[in-house]
Structures are given as structure tokens and as C-alpha cells.
Write a protein that binds this ligand. Structure first.
Ligand code: ADP
Ligand code: MG
Length: 594
């Protein structure tokens, strides 16, 4: 006889995961939607190996409270609906409450979140649906979720994945859709260490189009703005010079959701009829707002298609709206004696756009064993003399010691006071941050992992022959730093990539400055120069003294110091940390004589 088994929760989750988590891009989709539902202003998506080995999404949204975090990972746990009636008025992107439980069932998840009212955030590690760790940690407001080794425990599913490159391209597409659907959110997409695009979040759709598809396309657009009681269409229609051979460039969003719908595609193409040759398709980016009761979005688990309750009516409206908008463009003569009112983003004015601050991803790494060298601050008998001590026995900047740190606060808006056992530690916030940045850069340089960002359009430089000579001689070093270029001949180059984060240095000055320095001091080798560059990058990028720093920022800075091999000196050799013992203080107050 067959025995009937009741499946345990983990097995049920693994099965359910199949519906929600098909591939890395479905993970990214769910997590980005969560970030948007959490009212994030800026979202950073970072993937490696097409998202199969690594996905990290950071948002600056409302976060989750510690008491709620465990619930979020349960199946059908959602804060977005309570009962079935809510489904008809649902405004959020997610509501099934299945994403986090499904994702964590088939991968290794690290989830870190902090609400703005909480002093500390919470970090949870879940592997294959099993909670491994939960702790309170210092975090910025918002949420970071790291998904590693997708399908590590369901090898059959893993086998069905395509190449890392293909999976990565699906994620790229998805991030583009999400950025286009929400110009008010700053979206930064990093693939294998390279920033693919970064939108400013200022709400200008045309700017987003330009960031993603380039300036050429953004110059060939006609705005559409159509509005009736139950339908609004806003966005841009590409003119006939940028028609495409397939439908991949028809982007439309219905009530904020990216949709693929034959129905809408046909209606759009009908509107374009007179402007398109056969087998040609338009470039469009359109936002539809349709009364929720007129459509059904819940037809597919991945929510890609919608059904209209009153199809015909909408077909006509959409087609006519497109046709009229295109006609309008044709009829209006070009006004040549006046500057056009609409701003076409050029590189110059794009650069002036203020980006919303991008949330920095957090990663906790195994701490290195540290050889402790620390400066002790002796008040007496040698006033203000730094004596280097070897504190190998009792590490101060170490994880176990860290738990006993009592952060007292900031003094003179520059130094942080920490009580630790019988000592008072003083940390210089600038030196500490500078050191953290510096070590990170040096490490990346060593591992040849300096991240680059492409600049589009590239910067064109015409150098003299001497400059060109040192550039070519040191090409490898420049490449390692993150500068790459195309040589156009006649001493003209097009700079294509620059280091991802120049920490406040100007890319043009940094590039040309390095060449000039090499020319001026031929004895200085590139290696020394690179170290100097990194030191000045970290100095520029570091939090300055004389600036208020929040408790949680300091807390995080201390965490980062813990990851360094030598956290005790800044790159210029100044101490990062000095200590005063309780004994010294007692002597000073003459509690102890001698
Ligand atoms: P759903 O989004 O369908 O509600 P999920 O499993 O994706 O279900 O998430 C469960 C719950 O976890 C959400 O309802 C929300 O309360 C919380 N949550 C998930 N991601 C975030 C995030 N990035 N920021 C804040 N809260 C989040
Ligand atoms: Mg969700």
C-alpha cells in the first residue's frame, strides 16, 4: 500500500519556489519589487555570474523591524494585503508573500535591514530555508539582501539555467524595465564589477531613456500625453528613424508594472501603421494608467500579462492616441528662431543632474587575524608621547573585543570615545575612514579587481607625443587602475572606462594628472604613483573631521576597521586610534599616587 506523507514545511517551500523562482532574474524581480514597495528612493543591484552565484540588492526603503523579520520569510507572509477583497485595490507590486520564503528555500540568503527609528539593524542568515544566524548589527536605514548560490540544493533546477551571460542579460533587461517604470527612483545596476547604468532618480523619463539607450535614441522621441477618465498614456514614442526589427523595444507599463501584452502591442502598432514599414516595430516607452477594475493582473504567477475587461474600447483609444501624437509631430513645423522648450539631455546637462544618494551595500566578511599594534597615549610621565605597544595578547580591534565596546560618543565633531575594559579609546573618524577606503582600494588593486564604469559618450583627449608615450608605456598600470581607452591614432584617444569610484577626484584631472606626474618625475615608477593616487583618493573620499557622524555610521566604521589587516594607521602614517588607560586617568586625578 502507498503511504501518504504530509510534506514538511521546507519541502513545501522548495516546491513552491519552483513557481516563483525560475531563474536569477525572477529573484531580482521579486527583490526589486520589494524594494519599491518599501518606498525606496534609490536601489543598487549588483550581480556576478549572471546572478547565479551572487545577487545583492540594496535599498534605502522603510526596512523591517527586528520583530517582523522572521515572519517575512514564512510562506504567505505579507504586509501588503490582509484579505481577498484587498486584491482588487492592490497598489503594491508584490502581495503573494512568497518571494522571500521561496528564494531562501533554494539559496543562501543574508538579509540585513534597519528601520529609521531603530538604533540597530538586524542581520539574518538563512540557507536552504533554515535559519543559521540572527543578530543585531549597525546598519544604515533600508535593506540589503544578498542571495548566493542559487539552486545549490536543487541541482536539477540549476541544470536548466542558461549560461551566466544569458542569465545576466535577462537581469539587465529587467533592471532596465524597472528603471524605466520608475524614473523617480535612482537605479544603479552593477554587473561583474562594472556599472552598466545609473539613473538619477529625478523623475525625468527622458533622462532614464538616455542613460539606458544612449543619446541617439533619446533625440528621436515624440512625447505622448493622453488622458481620459479611465485611461492615461504618458511617455515617449520613437520616430520612424529608429524603428526596430523586433518587438523588444516596445516598453510599456500598466499601473507601474512591466507587461508584455499582445493586445497592447497590436494597438500600438495599429497607431503606428502609417509610419512603419512592414516587419518593422516601433521604439516606445509608455506608462499606462488604467482603472484597476478594468484589468486583471493576476493571471500569471510572474505577473507579466494582463487581461482587459473591455478590450475593444481600449484598443481604439490606444491606437488613436498614438496616431494623434505622431501626427502632431509631423504637422508642427520646426521653430528655428527659438530654443525648444523641452530639454534634450546632452552629456553636459546630464552631468549636472543630482543623483539621489545610492545606498551602499553591506557585506560582512570573515575578519582577518590581526597583529595588533596600537598607540598608547601616555599622559604622564611623558605628556603627549605615542608609544607603540604590541598588544598581541589582548586585541583591541578584534571581533570578541568589539562586543565589549561601549561607544560613548563624538567629541569635537572629530573623535570618537569608546570605553573598552580598563581603557578609553579615541578614534579619529577621518583617519579611520581614510584607512578603510585605502585598504579596500589596495586590496582591489592587488586582486586586479578595481571596478570600472563606462563613460558614455567616451571622453576624447588629444595628447602630445610625450604624453602619449608615457601612456602607452604604462598602459597596463592604467588599465589596472580602471582607465581604458581606444586609440584613434594621431595621439587621440577615447577614454571609455574610469575607476568606478574615484572618491571625489575628478576623472579628467586624475587621468591627465597621472600622465603629467609620470612625465615630470621619470624616476617615480608607476607603482609608487598608484599607491599615492589611492592614498589621495581615500583621503578625498573619507569623512572629514569636524563633521557630525551618527552613532550607527560610527558603529559601521568600527565594523569595517575590524576587516583590515592594519587598522592602526592612516595611509599617511598618522594613528587611527589612541588609548588612555583607566590607570592613567586615576593617576591624573591623583587617586593613585606614583
Ligand atoms: P510580498 O512582497 O508578496 O509581501 P515577500 O516574500 O516578497 O512577500 O516579502 C514578505 C514581506 O517582507 C513583505 O510583505 C514586506 O513586509 C517585507 N519585505 C520584503 N522585502 C522588503 C524590503 N526590501 N524592505 C522592507 N520590507 C520588505
Ligand atoms: Mg515581494
Amino acid at each position: 500500500m502507498n503511504t501518504i506523507n504530509i510534506l514538511d514545511a521546507q519541502t513545501i517551500d522548495k516546491i513552491a519556489a519552483g513557481e516563483v523562482v525560475e531563474r536569477p532574474s525572477s529573484v531580482v524581480k521579486e527583490l526589486m519589487e520589494n524594494a519599491m514597495d518599501a518606498m525606496a528612493q534609490a536601489i543598487t543591484i549588483e550581480i556576478r555570474e549572471g546572478g547565479i552565484s551572487f545577487i545583492r540588492i540594496t535599498d534605502d526603503g522603510i526596512g523591517i523591524e527586528k520583530s517582523e523579520i522572521k515572519k517575512a520569510f514564512l510562506r504567505h507572509a505579507t504586509s501588503k494585503i490582509k484579505k481577498v477583497e484587498d486584491l482588487t485595490t492592490i497598489a503594491s507590486l508584490g502581495f503573494r508573500g512568497e518571494a522571500l520564503s521561496s528564494i531562501s528555500a533554494v539559496s543562501k540568503v543574508e538579509f540585513m535591514s534597519k528601520t529609521k527609528d531603530a538604533l540597530l539593524g538586524t542581520r539574518v542568515v538563512i540557507e536552504g530555508g533554515i535559519e543559521k544566524q540572527i543578530e543585531e548589527v549597525g546598519l544604515p536605514n533600508g535593506t540589503t539582501i544578498l542571495v548566493k548560490d542559487l539552486f545549490y540544493n536543487t541541482p536539477v533546477r540549476k541544470k536548466f539555467l542558461k549560461s551566466a551571460q544569458t542569465e545576466g542579460s535577462y537581469i539587465g533587461d529587467l533592471c532596465e524595465h524597472l528603471a524605466l517604470s520608475r524614473p523617480d527612483i535612482s537605479v544603479k545596476f552593477i554587473q561583474n564589477g562594472q556599472v552598466k547604468f545609473h539613473t538619477s532618480g529625478t523623475g525625468n523619463l527622458k533622462e532614464v531613456i538616455s542613460r539606458i539607450f544612449g543619446r541617439v535614441i533619446s533625440k528621436e522621441l515624440q512625447e505622448i500625453s493622453y488622458e481620459t477618465n479611465d485611461l492615461s498614456i504618458k511617455g515617449y514614442l520613437g520616430n520612424k528613424t529608429i524603428t526596430k526589427g523586433n518587438r523588444n523595444y516596445e516598453y510599456y507599463f500598466v499601473n507601474g508594472r512591466y507587461i508584455k501584452s499582445d493586445f497592447i502591442a497590436k494597438a500600438l502598432e495599429d497607431g503606428y501603421k502609417e509610419y512603419l514599414m512592414q516587419h518593422k516595430f516601433p521604439f516606445v516607452v509608455l506608462n499606462f494608467t488604467i482603472a484597476p477594475h478594468q484589468i486583471d493582473v493576476n493571471v500569471h504567477p510572474t505577473k507579466m500579462d494582463i487581461r482587459f475587461t473591455n478590450g475593444e474600447l481600449y484598443f481604439e483609444q490606444i491606437s488613436n492616441a498614438v496616431k494623434n501624437a505622431l501626427q502632431e509631430k509631423e504637422c508642427i513645423p520646426e521653430i528655428t528662431w527659438e530654443e525648444p522648450k523641452t530639454i534634450t539631455p546632452t552629456k553636459a546637462n546630464l552631468e549636472k543632474i543630482e543623483y539621489k544618494p545610492t545606498p551602499e551595500p553591506f557585506q560582512y566578511e570573515a575578519r582577518n587575524k590581526i597583529k595588533e599594534e596600537i598607540y598608547e597615549y601616555h599622559i604622564e610621565p611623558q605628556v603627549q608621547e605615542h608609544v607603540q605597544m604590541d598588544l598581541f595578547e589582548e586585541k583591541i580591534i578584534s571581533k570578541p573585543a568589539r562586543c565589549e565596546f561601549k561607544i560613548i560618543g563624538q567629541v569635537f565633531r572629530t573623535y570618537w570615545l569608546i570605553e573598552y575594559k580598563e581603557q578609553l579609546l579615541y578614534i579619529d573618524q577621518h583617519a579611520a575612514h581614510e584607512k578603510v577606503l585605502y585598504e579596500r582600494l589596495v586590496q582591489k588593486l592587488k586582486e586586479k579587481k578595481i571596478e570600472t564604469q563606462s563613460i558614455n559618450p567616451p571622453m576624447i583627449f588629444t595628447l602630445n607625443s610625450k604624453e602619449m608615450g608615457v601612456l602607452q608605456e604604462n598602459e597596463l598600470y592604467f588599465n589596472e587602475l580602471g582607465f581604458t581607452w581606444d586609440d584613434f591614432g594621431s595621439n587621440t584617444i577615447a577614454l571609455r572606462t574610469i575607476p568606478l569610484d574615484l572618491y571625489g577626484l575628478n576623472e579628467r584631472e586624475c587621468f591627465l594628472g597621472t600622465i603629467t606626474q609620470l612625465l615630470e618625475d621619470s624616476k617615480k615608477n608607476m607603482h609608487m604613483l598608484m599607491e599615492e593616487k589611492l592614498a589621495s583618493m581615500s583621503c578625498k573620499g573619507a569623512i572629514k573631521g569636524n563633521r557630525n557622524l551618527s552613532y550607527s555610521e560610527m558603529d559601521e566604521l568600527i565594523n569595517q576597521l575590524l576587516t583590515l589587516e592594519n587598522p592602526y594607521n592612516c595611509p599617511h602614517g598618522r594613528p587611527v586610534i589612541v588609548t588612555m588607560t583607566k590607570l592613567e586617568l586615576e593617576k591624573k586625578f591623583k587617586r593613585i599616587l606614583s
